[in-house]
Ligand binder design. Structure first.
Ligand code: HEM
Length: 536
């Protein structure tokens, strides 16, 4: 009985144990099922991401990137650039080749340092590399990049560029501003005469800055630059454009620009410029209503650029969008920003090299003075026969390109360049200075020898990629004709009417300090000062 009882007890406890075991087993099962379900669910959700990651890893492992110098975390290669970026990048290119990939923070930067690579980027694949990257300072000063130079590639850019090319910078339009140029050159010569009579050296940097700014200002806004409220804010703008903005490369550090006061300062300067430009536009609007200007955009009367833009705004014949006041101000700012400083740099470097090379100066003076005969002033007609003058200016653009690194470009799609894979959104820096001093193309590339251009047909307009001071392709500089005639006219007159020496009378290549400034446009670090004596 007991046994039975025991047996009963045993069998019932076995049964309980079995049931318990089954219970635990089924709980485990349930847990496992739930777990499996979760894992499966997770995999299902994460599948596209994992798949993308794997396929990206796989495809990246097949991609061939251009050679790169070692980089640091977060900043990449930013710390290696130094103050004279074109020199640093040229020396990198000697190790890593004419096409290298650098990293500025999180931005991949393709650096182009020889003609072959430039031909690929600026000619063969110009349609891919014709965007401009976003830059904070362009955004602040150029009304959210509504100008030509910094606007993203596309319909808007095409419209505004054609307005500038047709109505301000075409050969015909440049010809219309001839009177402005010749008058301003006379003013410049008078200033030098005054220095001669008071026996003080001439600050050529200031002299060239005044003449180039006055010519651009009168052509664009109908006012002289000298004495205007523009001088202060424009020199601050130049300084701000030369500074590096960390937020352009490491976006999560953008706040630094606010904290260190850089953005605030830029916004204040931009506001002053904006108020000035509003005043200029208002003045033109009221003048048009007073003397009843018609809408003859390209008429014989010498309109300045603002008149022309107001005419286009009224007729709207040229564009399928309305040119509002903001676009007008952005375009005016472009002409100031792109047109003045670059021309000044050419003149400054030209006189520097001429003072260091008296034999070249003499040869140039012989040419200019023989063309002038007894005339005091060289006019624009006289320029066409001056082949040595043109050779001197070309040699300056080769040895001292005002923008040694062209305005940055950006790729608009994935592509291949010289066998390397380049991803969409890669920034492109073309080192124009490295290209025009490349010893595999140029004999004695660092020597100033204008004669080399007497024997060559090489062009500076972007057709010959051994020399690209104005860039090339669709984003190439539209201001070549405007700039070249100013350079030639100013230089011819200044060497025709005066003989020049360096204070202290030292002659030769060591005469003048050749240090360069940093920034988009590269100038002499020290102002150029020289003594003039009248020739006639
Ligand atoms: C010696 C004088 C000058 C030099 C060396 C120069 C150089 C340059 C360079 C290197 C570029 C970028 C080209 C590229 O990305 O391929 C450029 C663009 C530009 N330049 Fe000039 N420039 C000069 C004078 C002027 C003048 C006088 C004006 C107008 C008054 C001007 C207006 C422009 C504009 C609007 C752009 C932007 C074009 C675009 O993005 O489509 N430049 N210039």
């Amino acid at each position: 009985m007991h046994m039975e009882k025991d047996g009963v007890t045993k069998s019932s406890s076995d049964h309980n144990l079995q049931a318990e075991a089954n219970d635990v087993f089924s709980q485990w099962n349930l847990l496992l099922v739930v777990l499996h379900f979760h894992v499966a669910f997770f995999i299902l959700l994460a599948f596209p991401t994992i798949f993308n990651l794997l396929s990206k890893l796989n495809s990246n492992s097949h991609k061939k990137s251009p050679p790169s110098p070692p980089k640091r975390p977060i900043i990449g290669n930013l710390h290696q650039l130094g103050t004279l970026t074109h020199h640093t990048l040229q020396s990198f290119a000697q190790t890593y080749g004419p096409l290298m990939l650098l990293h500025f923070g999180k931005v991949s930067v393709l650096v182009v340092s020889n003609t072959e690579a430039a031909r690929e980027v600026l000619k063969t694949q110009d349609h891919i590399f014709c965007n401009r990257p976003y830059r904070k300072m362009f955004d602040i000063f150029w009304y959210g990049s509504r100008d030509v130079a910094s606007a993203p590639y596309g319909h808007y850019w095409r419209q505004v560029k054609s307005i500038c090319v047709l109505h301000l910078l075409s050969a015909k339009k440049v010809q219309c501003f001839r009177k402005v140029r010749e008058e301003e050159v006379v003013v410049m010569i008078e200033k030098v005469m005054e220095s001669c009579s008071s026996l003080v050296p001439v600050n050529l940097t200031d002299l060239f800055s005044d003449v180039t700014n006055d010519i651009v200002c009168r052509s664009v806004i109908g006012r002289r630059y000298e004495g205007s409220e523009l001088r202060g804010p424009m020199s601050q703008l130049e300084e701000l454009l030369g500074a590096s903005v960390i937020g352009d490369y490491i976006p999560w550090l953008d706040w630094l620009g606010r904290v260190n006061g850089m953005y605030g300062r830029a916004e204040r300067v931009a506001k002053r410029l904006d108020e000035f430009l509003d005043e200029v536009v208002d003045e033109h609007v009221s003048m048009r209503s007073h003397d009843g200007h018609g809408d003859d955009v390209d008429g014989e009367r010498q309109n300045d650029f603002v008149d022309i833009l107001l005419g286009i705004q009224r007729t709207s014949s040229t564009t399928d969008f309305q040119i509002d006041r903001t676009i007008m101000k952005a375009l005016i700012m472009d002409m100031f920003g792109a047109g003045t400083d670059t021309t000044l740099a050419v003149l400054e470097w030209a006189m520097t090299e001429l003072l260091r090379h008296p034999n070249v100066m003499q040869k140039l003076q012989v040419e200019v003075r023989s063309m002038a005969r007894d005339k005091t002033h060289i006019t624009e007609e006289d320029l066409s026969g001056m082949s040595y003058l043109k050779a001197v200016i070309k040699e300056i653009l080769r040895l001292h390109p005002p923008s040694p690194i062209l305005i940055p470009r950006e790729s608009m799609q994935d592509t291949k360049v010289m066998g390397y894979d380049i991803a969409i959104g890669t920034q492109v820096l073309v080192n124009a200075w490295a290209i025009s001093t490349d010893p595999s193309y140029w004999d004695k590339p660092l020597e100033f020898q204008p004669e080399r251009f007497l024997r060559s047909w090489m062009d500076i307009k972007g057709h010959d990629l051994e020399l690209v001071p104005f860039g090339a392709g669709r984003r190439g500089c539209p201001g070549i004709a405007f700039a070249m005639v100013v350079n030639e006219l100013v230089l011819a007159n200044i060497v025709h009417q005066f003989d020049w020496t360096v204070p202290g009378g030292v002659v030769g290549e060591q005469t003048l300090c050749m240090s360069e400034t940093t920034g988009l446009t590269v100038h002499r670090k020290l102002p150029l000062v020289a003594l003039a004596s009248p020739y006639m």
